[in-house]
Design a protein around this ligand. Structure first.
Ligand code: SAH
Length: 247
């Protein structure tokens, strides 16, 4: 059986990739991916054959990778973070139905909600929701409903794709929805370029979150009603009283 791996490489830095991802990439002949991610890993796997495509060419990238695998080359498609979280794992498996000789396998990676939470402190210390504000593939009404329900349920909310040039006011719209249920002092944070050049993070109240300039490499965290700022860290308690005698 020909093998095609869909590999989450984590947020960017080589050290943040799992050992399993490194080992799988090491054994592959071909690595396919969005140009930016291929460039991130190329220095560590220089001898591989690379198949790269630009943004929004996901289907083309999948097709190229499936063809390479079908031709007998051990192939990996790389995605940032985890390949299943707004990544290519699902679409590859769907398209793979047309390639019965190719077995598609996912390799988990550290998604931005987790690497970002650790940079901020312990932002997702309790139940949380991950919501993308991109309405390219999801109608805005559904995004709005999910935001409303998540805020009502007092979940910590991680926002992916918080805005782009065409969607400048989406973060503000999301904040307005959360403000229906959560107070203006709710502790929030954002992280930019995790594990990459220009890494940056900040903590601020919900009332000020809408003014943050976000881009396509920003992940936003909205705390729950219990989230606190401890020193310079955003911490969501696990929900039980702190015991002084250990965990
Ligand atoms: N599969 C990726 C998510 C892809 S969707 C994952 O699991 O992390 C793209 C969104 O992910 C971005 O808009 C941003 O919100 C988030 N993201 C991905 N990489 C990031 C990084 N290095 N730093 C901050 N946010 C990141």
């Amino acid at each position: 059986m020909n093998q095609l791996f869909v590999v989450g490489i984590g947020p960017g830095a080589y050290e943040k990739m799992t050992l399993e991802a490194q080992q799988v990439l090491q054994t592959c002949d071909v690595i396919a991916g969005y140009t930016v991610y291929a460039d991130l890993i190329r220095p560590h796997f220089p001898e591989k054959e690379y198949l790269t495509t630009g943004m929004k060419q996901e289907q083309e990238r999948c097709r190229m990778a499936l063809e390479a695998a079908a031709a007998g080359k051990k192939t990996a498609v790389v995605c940032s973070g985890d390949a299943g979280v707004y990544g290519m794992a699902g679409i590859l498996m769907e398209m793979g139905e047309d390639y019965p000789d190719v077995e598609v396998r996912a390799v988990a990676g550290v998604t931005a909600a987790l690497s970002g939470s650790a940079l901020l402190g312990a932002a997702v210390g309790h139940d949380f929701a991950v919501i993308s504000l991109s309405d390219l593939l999801t109608p805005w009404e559904l995004i709005e409903k999910r935001l409303d329900c998540a805020a009502m349920a007092d979940l910590v909310i991680c926002l992916y794709n918080p805005s782009s040039k065409k969607r400048k006011d989406y973060l503000k719209r999301a904040c307005d929805i959360v403000l229906r249920h959560q107070g203006p002092d709710t502790v929030c944070g954002y992280v930019k370029n995790i594990g990459r050049e220009g890494e940056q993070c900040a903590i601020l109240p919900l009332a000020k979150l809408a003014d943050v300039e976000t881009d396509m490499f920003t992940t936003v965290f909205i705390g729950n009603s219990q989230t606190r700022k401890i020193g310079d860290q955003m911490v969501t308690p696990r929900g039980y009283q702190l015991k002084k005698d250990g965990c």
